[in-house]
Design a protein around this ligand. Sequence first.
Ligand code: BES
Ligand code: MN
Ligand code: ZN
Length: 499
Amino acid sequence: MTAPKLALATASAAEAAVDALVIGTVRTEDGVALQPGAEAVDAAFGGDLVGTLTALGATGKSEEVVKLPSLGKIPATVVVAVGLGADDSGDGITGEQVRRAAGAASRALSGTAKVASLLSTVNLQAAVEGAALGAYSFTAYKSNGAKDSGITKVDFIAPAEGATKEHKATLKAATAIAEAVATARDFINTPPNDLYPASFADKAAALGRAAGLTVEVLDDKALRKGGFGGIVGVGCGSTRGPRLVRLTWKGPRAKKKVALIGKGITFDTGGISIKPAASMDQMTSDMSGAAAVVATVVLAAKLKYPLEVTATVPMAENMPSGDAYRPGDVLTMYGGKTVEVLNTDAEGRLILADAIVRACEDAPDYLIETSTLTGAQLVALGKRTSGIMGEPEFRDRVAAIGRSVGEGAWAMPLPEELRGDLDSRLADLANVTGHRWGGMLAAGVFLGEFVADGVPWAHVDIAGPAYNAEGPWGYTTRGGTGVPVRTLAAVLADIAENG
Ligand code: BES
Ligand code: MN
Ligand code: ZN
């Protein structure tokens, strides 16, 4: 996509010469109010902008968009009043409220060239992220000349307090974070006939090299030779062979080593245990975890996090064929554990097991793995809340950070009795339990068997949140969402700061 240019504006909102000026409205007990910082714009409209907006139907509710022609009262042609919702906590409007409003405004402004935003005076980082992500569109496969959102530039009015240097750093970080989310979305939105293990690996390697990362790619032959039985087993049903990509950012004065792992199934038919036809097309998003960790390690380099971060990314296409692995097969995973395959549709955990064992060889201080792993995640937590499992302390930390950046996240247990349900007649363990209960947790228990002792780890199941098959909302456009890139970025920043 072509992203709008994002800049800090020196002019005041009432002076910005743009096509549209975005201001926030807040829902209050007795109606609607303007966001703080809108005084000069209000004055230019004669001091009763609220009255006019109310007459136009504004209530301040979240994501509501009301457009008002300025008719020469200010240089901006149109004022776009976007609802922030109410200050429910009494502690002020949250970052996520600003992010969603900014995203809704961008979506309502598609086709508008130059935009200024006053939301930045409430929360600069959130205003930038929301505006950029709401403006995202993916038109690479439209033949009719459809263009990207069309917003060419957004000027963010600088917040009053704080030094400009800090504002510049915030703008830079927020822009880089939004770019990383867009990178993940682009990977997810690229259809599976063009994004398959080899092409995905090439694109990831190219991005990594451009960002100054160390890049390693293992192809089919190397995977077979290296004993990556999970990745080879899942990948062998496709004519397009599997890959394992490793991207490392070694930051200056890196004190901690973090392993990121993401599921890269470029398409999941279910294999011989084939899926029903309905919604199978959505399995183009089964590499969302991989997209997120590739984008995040590149971001770590762009923002020069003082960490050593390695993304270990297994990529395979899960297809039924004469060469496909079967229910009943026993695979020898990287590291030597054996797994009886009872369902070839539980393929993600098989490629991830290899990747986890490989990542643990580096003795990381933390390990975070993310995957569109189970339909059970959707049943338990819905479309917008990821399930976080793993070592309890780190799990809770990741879940809290996820919520703090506005990506829904909830800690889930790994009940020990589920381990017995994964016992296999033939092998060390089976890839599924014989029942339907706690499917998300059983997958987490399976993965936990492959994490080296003592490594604090978190498993982030994003089956629902990774992909938005319905209408857009806030800054979440249709298709790949880029979840959990912002959580991963914030966890890395937190580890860099607090260890
Ligand atoms: N990729 C799917 C999980 C999924 C389902 C992601 C819906 C996004 C939306 C995964 O590989 C899968 O098929 N899981 C099975 C596991 C089962 C066989 C134990 C599932 O959830 O049905
Ligand atoms: Mn599957
Ligand atoms: Zn899958």
